[in-house]
Design a protein around this ligand. Structure first.
Ligand code: NAD
Length: 404
């Protein structure tokens, strides 16, 4: 079957099996080329758990653990397997490509596909750790989910990306039609705010750490990191001051609680503020595609642009395991800042000026609208260099069976 991207309302509903495989291999090669720098570090993790590991920041975190540090990983994601007629979700192919490469490198890996919010999946991870003889000393929490089924109450919570208090109106950009427009979003209800906090806040992160500690598969002196975003003031009505920001604020409040609850275990917890990048859902949030396109243009011009893999490479080598005197470098609030280059005053001033003057005619000149589109398609296995998209590929092509 020949696969072409099927984009409906800014959502890509299929994936390219080979494209996902090759893109995962590219990220692996990027990290593997830097492995000597990882081996030169004075400290390193021995066993890593990544929750939300099949795409974006989680996949990069897993790749850097195995192909940088050379350590085993257990990973959780929620992906759809392909059928004979229909492709699976990108993360399914990424997981299989990761497991194939990990196997080839002789480093243990276990990919668990299921609902991370459930007790069953936590038990599966604990069982995998025991079977592989691992106690995790690094736990990365990189979930991005629209819903959460609370295992205790059975209630299904749905997150909403909405402003709080007032309707938000702002510029929008369709990366596929290259059209600029106006979008508005009504304020969230109290229920939507509370539900978003339930889904994207820190409650489940805490449940994971608690389950691992009680099962004895969390190492003494372990580190855990959850990812977040702050961004510039222009995005705050929809992000930091909106429903998702409330959830992320609660994620940050979880840090001191985790540190004190697991003091005897010597647990260190961090929230890491990462750079804005194109993911499967970022095309549908107002202002974000226009902001990210402009950000990419400015950072590429300055030579400071990074993708997920480069960001996590920096997280591990320059932050968590840098062995700096005074410990892991953090801001006044105790957060790791990987968005430092994005938030530089000069970068933000340039972005603001461009966004104030952008029109339909100068869109391609002032912003990296094409870069946004390419990254979005690449997250689904399309537009990956060196992949021949005219070749027949079975939807249920399996990179692990193919032994890539
Ligand atoms: N993309 C950005 O611009 C950006 C910037 C800074 C911080 N972050 C944060 O990084 C984290 C990861 O975001 P991303 O952009 O890499 O997202 P992503 O969509 O690429 O990855 C999300 C992962 O979560 C998994 N997942 C979703 N629901 C699940 C469930 N119920 N059970 C198990 N796994 C599940 C998916 O399978 C996938 O592996 C999020 O917390 C996000 O807020 C993202």
């Amino acid at each position: 079957m020949i696969h072409k991207p099927m984009v409906r309302n800014n959502i890509c509903i299929n994936a390219h099996p080979r494209g996902c495989e090759v893109e995962t291999q590219r990220q692996i090669e990027y990290i593997a080329a830097r492995a000597p720098r990882y081996h030169a570090l004075s400290t390193k993790p021995k066993a890593v758990l990544v929750v939300g590991a099949s795409t974006g920041y989680g996949l990069a975190s897993r790749i850097a653990a195995t192909f940088g540090f050379g350590v085993p990983t257990v990973a959780v994601s929620y992906e759809k397997a392909p059928s004979e007629k229909k492709t699976g979700t990108p993360g399914w192919y990424n997981n299989r490509a990761f497991d194939a490469a990990s196997r080839k490198a002789g480093i243990a890996s276990r990919s668990i596909d299921g609902d991370a919010f459930s007790r069953e999946v936590k038990d599966l991870v604990i069982a995998a750790a025991r079977e592989l003889g691992l106690t995790f000393d690094l736990v990365i929490y990189s979930l991005a989910s629209p819903v959460r089924l609370d295992p205790e109450s059975g209630i299904l919570y749905e997150s909403a990306i909405k402003p709080i208090g007032d309707t938000y109106s702002g510029r929008s950009m369709n990366a596929f039609t290259r059209e600029l427009g106006e979008a508005s979003l009504p304020p969230a209800t109290e229920t939507e705010i509370a539900s978003t906090v339930k889904v994207m806040g820190g409650e489940d992160w805490e449940l994971w750490i608690d389950a691992l500690a009680k099962a004895g598969v969390l190492a003494q002196g372990a580190t855990t990191v959850a990812y977040s975003y702050i961004g510039p003031a222009l995005s705050w009505p929809i992000y930091r001051d909106g429903t998702i920001g409330k959830a992320k604020a609660q994620l940050e409040e979880t840090v001191p609680r985790l540190r004190s609850t697991f003091k005897e275990l010597g647990l260190t917890a961090f929230v890491s503020i990462n750079k804005a990048l194109v993911t499967r859902s970022s095309a549908i949030i107002p202002v974000i595609p226009l902001y990210i396109s402009t950000l990419f243009k400015v950072m590429k011009e300055r030579g400071t642009h990074e993708d997920c893999t480069a960001q996590i490479d920096r997280l591990y080598r320059d932050r968590l395991y840098a062995g700096k005197t005074g410990g892991v470098p953090v801001d006044e609030e105790g957060r790791i800042r990987l968005d430092d280059l994005e938030m530089l005053q000069g970068v933000q001033a340039d972005i603001e000026a461009r966004m104030a003057h952008v029109t339909q005619d100068n869109l391609a000149k002032l912003t990296d609208v094409d870069g946004f589109k390419v990254d979005f398609l690449r997250a689904h296995g399309f537009e990956v260099p060196s992949v021949n998209y005219e070749l027949d590929v079975a939807p249920n092509y399996d990179p692990l069976a193919a032994g890539s």
